[in-house]
Design a protein around this ligand. Structure first.
Ligand SMILES: [Fe+2]
Length: 275
């Protein structure tokens, strides 16, 4: 019989390599050159990797129905060593716990923002699809590639197709047992409210389009990462919950994970510090 509750765990922004990038940039390194480095070494992201490893241990103890990693798995989209390290960490997740990956701007953005045909191909080859839906228990989950909505300039066709696909997914009939639809995204569409520009911390051009689509279909919950801090906001019935980084949080925030429980009567969630 289908379960009436789904419990899942959110990890956001392991972002292996962020600490070293910041260190080198703050020491006067050229950010453009730093984005193109090819001589990275796993010792550079030991802190981020250790926190990700601890989070995976927690998941193995808690045994959620699945783990969702909400993007920015690595700092640099085309760094093979960062990819290898993050995959090694994920491989320690108990095989009975599915892992669902969500692409972040650092996973697909060649300038840390903009996807290209090449970066999308690489992501899909190494991580799997960047847009998909799945059902767990009583809930339908829709995974989007929010970087296509934020920085569509280099792949405008992909971006337009993405919104059409989202519309189709939300329109598709589901079984009677589905109580909720939850969207998993890297970027939160907005942080303060829909009319306030949050700079790079939420969606810019694609914000109103996606919020409109989600509203039209009565979506009530969108979980995101990207902010490296915890932020919860809402617009009409749409609640946006951004979870801090497992890797390196912003100053004033701490590393942690979120547990979400989807029951027929509603969705509840709680944040937990990693330490
Ligand atoms: Fe991000």
């Amino acid at each position: 019989m289908q379960s009436t509750t789904t419990n899942f765990m959110i990890l956001a922004d392991p972002q292996l390599g962020l600490g070293e990038f910041r260190k080198r940039r703050d020491a006067g390194g050229d950010p453009v050159r730093l984005r193109e480095r090819t001589d990275s070494h796993p010792s550079e992201w030991a802190d981020e990797a250790a926190r990700l490893a601890r989070a995976i241990e927690v998941a193995n103890k808690l045994r959620p129905d699945f783990v969702a990693v909400l993007g920015d798995m690595v700092m640099q989209w085309n760094d093979d060593r960062q990819l290898q390290s993050v995959n090694e960490a994920f491989s320690r997740l108990s095989p009975e716990i599915p892992l669902h990956r969500v692409s972040g701007n650092h996973d697909v953005g060649v300038d840390f923002l903009s996807p290209t045909t090449e970066s999308l191909d690489r992501y899909r080859k190494n991580h799997g699809p960047d847009r998909y839906s799945f059902i767990s228990g009583n809930c339908r989950f829709i995974v989007i590639n929010s970087s296509l909505l934020d920085s569509p300039e280099l792949v405008p066709g992909e971006a337009a197709m993405h919104l059409r696909w989202l519309e189709q997914e939300l329109s598709a009939p589901t079984t009677d047992q589905i109580d909720h639809t939850v969207v998993l995204s890297h970027h939160p569409p907005f942080l303060q409210n829909i009319s306030v520009d949050d700079g790079v911390y939420s969606l810019r051009p694609g914000r109103r389009a996606i919020v409109q689509v989600l509203e039209n279909h009565g979506v009530e919950y969108l979980f995101a990462g990207h902010t490296h801090g915890n932020f919860i906001t809402r617009h009409n019935q749409l609640r946006v919950i951004a979870t801090t980084a497992i890797g390196l949080p912003q100053p004033g925030h701490r590393s942690g994970y979120r547990l979400v429980s989807v029951r027929p009567e509603g969705v509840s969630h709680s944040f937990h510090l990693l330490d």
